[in-house]
Ligand binder design. Sequence first.
Ligand code: NAP
Length: 272
Amino acid sequence: MLKHISLIVRHKTKLPKRIREVMEELFRRRGISVTEGQVDPQAEAIVVLGGDGTLLHVAGKAYQLGIPLLGINLGGLGFLTEIHMNEMEQALDSLISGTLELDRRAILSVTVKVSDSKSLTYYALNEAVISKGPLGKIITLPTWAGGSFLTTYRGDGLIISTATGSTAYNLSAGGPILHPGIEAFILTPICPFALNARPLILPGQMKVAIQLRNATEKISLIVDGQVGHELNEGDRVEVQKAKGHLKLIKSPLRDYFTILREKLGWAKGVGM
Ligand code: NAP
């Protein structure tokens, strides 16, 4: 039985009064203490009310602290925030009783090596993107995989996506959808300046390294659309599967294929 949760509400949205009342009454009745607006390291679960973007905002922290994450959708696309608002009370009740199932999602560890002694690591649930600068000049990205030279990508950038992120930026850039049970990741070039550049699926345990070359303007590293890091000539970005997983709490009401069907508008029934 849970006793303490962190509650994160999408900052742009005013939570409807009725929803807040229902939630507060449930927490009071079940004796739950709540920290709102930040991730409390002592919390036993993090509840996010918002869209996938809101969930991505706390995913890295939830992974690092090993705290399970439950997403309740407030009207956005909602691939990761699987619970609909009208299912909130039932889902929170089951969460408190500990009867919800966990999904273990792979996380990318993204390290920027500025020099031999200086590096910074970020954690991504969706992807790491290396993206062109303000003038939109073609960028040149020599890339290694598993210690071997792979190729030099030239274009607007490169997406290194997890299976979870495969339905996000990767999909818009022409990459494939990967079931989140697959611990592989995808290299997807963004608007490549070559007709033969194609998305590539790599084994999860392989390390990918990109070394910046001939950078004539600032290039960005963007992690899950939440963190931006300015890269400079000579910087090296190393991406690999992080140890362990993010614990994402599953909706008891819909499986992955139902979510895909709902969100991508696929045929709903046999023979349709
Ligand atoms: P945003 O630019 O405001 O919205 C991005 C959209 O992607 C939202 O509709 C979001 O859903 C959806 N999304 C996020 N993760 C998803 C996933 N795993 N599967 C399917 N859809 C997903 O940014 P944001 O809300 O902070 O989300 C950041 C993400 O945006 C990045 O990780 C990147 O994947 C994506 N992005 C996509 C493009 C593109 O498609 N051209 C460009 C930049 C970034 P909600 O509406 O539920 O929040």
